[in-house]
Design a protein around this ligand. Structure first.
Ligand SMILES: O=C(O)CCC(=O)C(=O)O
Length: 337
């Protein structure tokens, strides 16, 4: 399995990434790699109700904004959604972040994490595609840890937007040498909710409190400041988006403020997002960060991310080594025999 056109970013792409905090690289992943991720996403969606980390934010936003509707997250307990509902409803600045859509169809804004732990195909793309080398070049990293994968799917006619946010405060890390690689699994543009980025926001010198995507309301009561309300006045910000095809990737700095519209189209917008950390990142049990699913480490503040929970994916000890195989666990890929 090899990448397609590109294994290292050009110097123009590196300059754009440093300046804007985001860059789009074309035709980086091979069709078979996209296929691995699509299959993993299909298995995740099938398991939504049973997953301890899987959510439908489209359904949740209706439950949050309707005082009489109880919160129902199935088996998921990563976010305390009853507490979130109370926080959002008592936030005077909060309002539904939903697209107008004349259709009566029910959408789906699917979210789940950490497929790499049980899905070999995801590990192959996260560890053995062109991505680790590309990312380590962009970050000027001596080595690279894989932090986690996250799946974001918007079915046709999903009204819920992804509230603008900054990723840094969601993660238990200290430092800035971290990127998020957004991997479209369908053609995506503004109509079906491609991600949007505030150019240069990685250089604002601020760490913003995390939100739960259905509202700008901070989910932590830590002292971190709330993200500006970009949706209220997008014209005030230098927002960039890219029309992308499967195989392309969009890479953003962990400090870059970003969000997405709903999916107003008849086509799916499936995506996976990989998070990588460079050698200057240290572990920090940051107040307000979202508890990470299924980690077993005992790292303390200031430690390097040396743990089986954060595999070193670059450099490879020898060329041609398939790290995905090295990390095969006793747990088979869900849904496979
Ligand atoms: O796909 C989305 O709607 C949001 C993506 C995102 O926030 C991320 O990849 O960090």
């Amino acid at each position: 399995m090899t990448g397609q056109d590109q294994r290292v970013p050009t110097s123009a792409q590196q300059t754009a990434f440093s300046r804007d905090g985001v860059v789009c690289l074309r035709n980086v992943l091979a069709p078979c790699e996209i296929d691995h991720l699509r299959q993993a996403v299909a298995r995740q969606i099938d398991g939504l109700r049973a997953s301890p980390t899987g959510y439908d934010f489209e359904a949740l936003s209706r439950q949050v904004w309707d005082a009489d509707r109880p919160i129902d997250t199935g088996a998921a307990d990563r976010f305390d959604m009853d507490r979130m509902k109370a926080l959002v409803r008592s936030d005077v600045e909060a309002r539904p972040l939903r697209e107008e859509d004349p259709s009566d169809e029910m959408g789906l804004f699917f979210y789940d994490v950490a497929a790499w732990k049980h899905d070999r195909g995801v590990r192959e793309v996260a560890f053995d595609s062109a991505l680790p080398e590309i990312v380590s070049t962009l970050l000027d990293a001596r080595y690279l840890n894989f932090w986690e994968d996250t799946t974001f799917v918007k079915a046709p006619h999903t009204r819920q937007k992804t509230a603008f946010h900054q990723d840094l405060a969601y993660f238990q890390i200290e430092g800035e040498q971290c990127v998020i690689v957004w991997i479209p699994l369908d053609p995506a543009g503004l109509e079906n909710g491609v991600t949007q980025y505030v150019r240069g926001s990685h250089l604002w010198g601020q760490t913003f409190a995390p939100n739960v995507f259905v509202s700008q309301t901070p989910i932590s009561t830590s002292t971190e400041i709330r993200c500006p309300d970009i949706e209220a006045a997008p014209e005030l910000y230098n927002i960039v988006s890219f029309d992308v095809e499967p195989g392309d990737v969009i890479i953003h700095d962990v400090r870059t403020v970003h969000g997405a519209g709903g999916n107003r189209s008849d086509t799916w917008r499936r995506a996976m997002s990989f998070r990588y950390c460079g050698d200057r990142i240290r572990y920090r049990d940051r107040p307000g960060a979202i508890p990470q699913a299924g980690v077993a480490h005992d790292l303390r503040d200031g430690d390097r991310l040396f743990s089986a929970d954060y595999p070193v994916v670059w450099p490879k000890p020898w060329p041609g080594l398939r790290l995905a195989e090295a990390f095969d666990t006793q747990t088979p890929t869900k849904g496979e025999t």
